[in-house]
Design a protein around this ligand. Structure first.
Ligand code: ADP
Length: 207
């Protein structure tokens, strides 16, 4: 009896297409990139990523925002918060980000992404130089004080397990491409900082 063909990369060969990522980016008139916001829950990733996206959009740049919480409603609705599920979640999100950057977009990813090794794996999945790690640096205490979704209150009351910073680790980036300190600066100014960085990299036109 014939064996089922396993869906594995050693069996399925890469199907070549006529158009490639360079063609897509040229038609878009921009350079793709993946802006990867990492930090604790409530550190400000979504808030700042959203403000950056609005600025890029206003400058005529085509973007897409992948928000960790939103993706858990669909793409990753089958995953929980164990270490292995978090690793799988990272793999899926980074693959989607890669595909969107292949399509020529600037992709913003707002995602706790607590493990350094997984962020490095995400960097390795992207085209050379296109992964920009943005550390949204907010202390656990400050995040717990903000608590916009009431998650810290529940986690500290013992109602949630595997909560990042409490009973699940957060490995802060040691040399992020951009380091945003939210205790010192407001979200709007931090979004400007990100856009300035992108201008210096030639991803956003000056002016
Ligand atoms: P995350 O996406 O990291 O879980 P959110 O952006 O959803 O975080 O929530 C961060 C909260 O902190 C928001 O209520 C935001 O208004 C608030 N906040 C206060 N100061 C800042 C700042 N400097 N940068 C970003 N967010 C801030």
């Amino acid at each position: 009896m014939a064996e089922d063909i396993p869906l594995r990369s050693n069996v399925i060969q890469w199907q070549k297409t006529t158009l490639n990522r360079t063609d897509h980016a040229r038609l878009m008139g921009q350079k793709p990139a993946v802006l990867w916001f990492t930090g604790l829950s409530a550190s400000g990733k979504s808030t700042i990523a959203n403000l950056v996206q609005v600025r890029l959009h206003a400058a005529g740049i085509k973007t897409f925002l992948l928000d960790g919480d939103n993706l858990r409603h669909g793409l990753s609705s089958d995953l929980g918060f164990s270490a292995s599920d978090r690793v799988e979640n990272m793999r899926r999100v980074s693959e989607v980000a890669r595909l969107m950057s292949d399509a020529g977009l600037i992709v913003l990813v707002a995602f706790i992404s607590p493990f350094g090794s997984e962020r490095e794996a995400a960097r390795a999945r992207m085209a050379d130089g296109e992964f920009i790690e943005i550390f949204v640096d907010t202390s656990f205490e400050e995040c717990a004080r903000r608590d916009p979704k009431g998650l810290y209150r529940r986690a500290l009351a013992g109602e949630l397990s595997n909560f990042t910073g409490l009973d699940s680790p957060y490995e802060a980036p040691s040399s992020p491409d951009i380091h945003l300190k939210t205790a010192l600066t407001g979200a709007e100014a931090l979004a400007d900082e990100v856009v300035d960085h992108l201008k210096n990299r030639g991803l956003v036109p000056h002016g």
